[in-house]
Design a protein around this ligand. Structure first.
Ligand SMILES: NC(=O)c1ccc[n+]([C@@H]2O[C@H](COP(=O)([O-])OP(=O)(O)OC[C@H]3O[C@@H](n4cnc5c(N)ncnc54)[C@H](O)[C@@H]3O)[C@@H](O)[C@H]2O)c1
Length: 355
């Protein structure tokens, strides 16, 4: 979608070092181990570099960690265990620990197995919100493999033809490694947008596109507040609904996690499910052949003329890697509302507020 920040008064800008340093000390003050704090800081930094603050994946997640950990609903240093394992699959019980941490451990295991088996699948149960799907998929691409990641999420999408929310935004992250440049990263929710972005449009006083969400009684609207209690609309109408259902089968039903109406409902037992696939792209041919063929496809796509010369044809992930480079120079935006809340939480945790 490539959301723009239209009202720059709503954000502050920081360096990567500032965001990482604050996140690590915040998470450690909540009881996270050094490994956990480092993983979460890397994930939230990546999200802050890639996405619009209204998408809600950056530092705003610290507020959620604070709420859930201090209530005892989500566990730092959780004793995650491997409950099943074969040559090309494994299942991780995340013991109600941090989703980012279980996701990284699961993808590391999938990559290690796929190095020998060609393809591996790792499921995760009893997890929590794992952040951005593309972050986990990218771990595979960094090792030269393709990553394909699914998670389920709170019911916010109705089955096509209804207004009753049964399925989640259930994002997919798919990363395809390229030589000497960024991976292709398709990282997307299966809904047109999310409630966070709707709230952001409301704060900016803007109408939203009428294909983002319905009012609770099933009418289309461009008023974000009129649709706040209604269902989010799937990408591609009934096709996106179908993908969301399949995603819940793969990540929720199949792993033993909660799914559908139950997942994310009980605060101490969100029991989110994820599924990670690692695929070795050189199962059928040499790495040189694979990459030559992939670059040919990329070249064919890139030579397609843009309808609007100011909006060139892009690969999935290019918007985000472009923003990452630009924000590395100009600073990384964090919503002022988030900064103000974090200032209070830092005082609660007795850590210096360094933002
Ligand atoms: N863990 C969860 O429960 C959860 C739930 C929902 C979303 N998320 C995360 O939120 C983030 C944002 O998701 P989103 O769906 O709002 O993202 P989005 O709609 O902004 O982008 C989706 C994808 O479209 C691509 N894209 C955008 N414009 C393009 C163009 N012109 N040409 C080609 N490709 C283009 C992007 O590179 C990206 O891969 C993701 O990281 C997602 O994983 C997480």
């Amino acid at each position: 979608m490539g959301y723009e920040i239209n009202n720059v008064d709503l954000v502050n800008h920081y360096t990567a070092e500032a965001l990482t340093g604050f996140t690590v000390s915040f998470m450690q003050a909540l009881g996270a181990t050094t490994e956990e704090a480092d993983i979460i800081a890397d994930g939230l930094l990546t999200a802050s570099l890639w996405w619009h603050p209204g998408q809600g994946q950056g530092l705003e997640k610290l507020i959620r960690y604070h709420r859930r950990v201090t209530a005892g609903d989500e566990k730092p240093a959780a004793p995650m265990t491997w409950v099943q394992e074969g040559p090309a699959y494994a299942l991780l019980d995340a013991a109600n620990g941090f989703g980012y941490v279980s996701g990284v451990r699961a993808m590391q295991r999938a990559v290690a197995k796929a190095q020998t088996t060609g393809i591996a699948m790792v499921g995760v149960r009893r997890s929590n919100h794992f952040g951005i799907a593309g972050y986990h998929a990218l771990q595979a691409a960094k090792a030269g493999l393709m990553g394909w990641v699914f998670t389920n999420a709170r019911a916010e999408m109705a089955p096509w033809g209804s207004t009753q929310m049964v399925l989640g935004t259930n994002p997919w992250g798919i990363a395809i490694p390229r030589q000497d440049t960024h991976a292709i990263v398709l990282d997307m929710a299966l809904t047109m947008s999310g409630k966070g972005m709707m709230r952001w449009y409301h704060r900016e006083g803007r109408a939203m596109p009428d294909n983002w969400a319905l009012t609770p009684d099933g009418r289309t609207t461009t008023d974000p507040m009129a649709a706040m209690q209604g269902p989010l609309l799937p990408i591609g109408e009934y096709k996106g609904y179908g993908l969301s259902l399949v995603t819940d089968v793969l990540s929720g039903v199949m792993t033993g996690a909660l799914f559908g109406l139950s997942v994310f409902q009980d605060e101490p037992n969100h029991n989110v499910g994820h599924l990670m696939l690692a695929i070795n792209p050189t199962m059928f041919m040499s790495a040189a052949d694979f990459h030559a063929r992939l670059e040919q496809l990329v070249a064919e796509i890139k030579q397609a003329p843009a309808i609007d010369p100011d909006r060139p044809v892009l690969l999935p992930g290019e918007v985000e890697f472009g923003r990452m480079a630009q924000r590395g120079q100009s600073g990384i935006p964090v919503s002022r509302e988030t900064v103000d809340t974090l200032r209070g939480l830092a005082a609660d945790l007795n850590i210096p507020f360094t933002l």
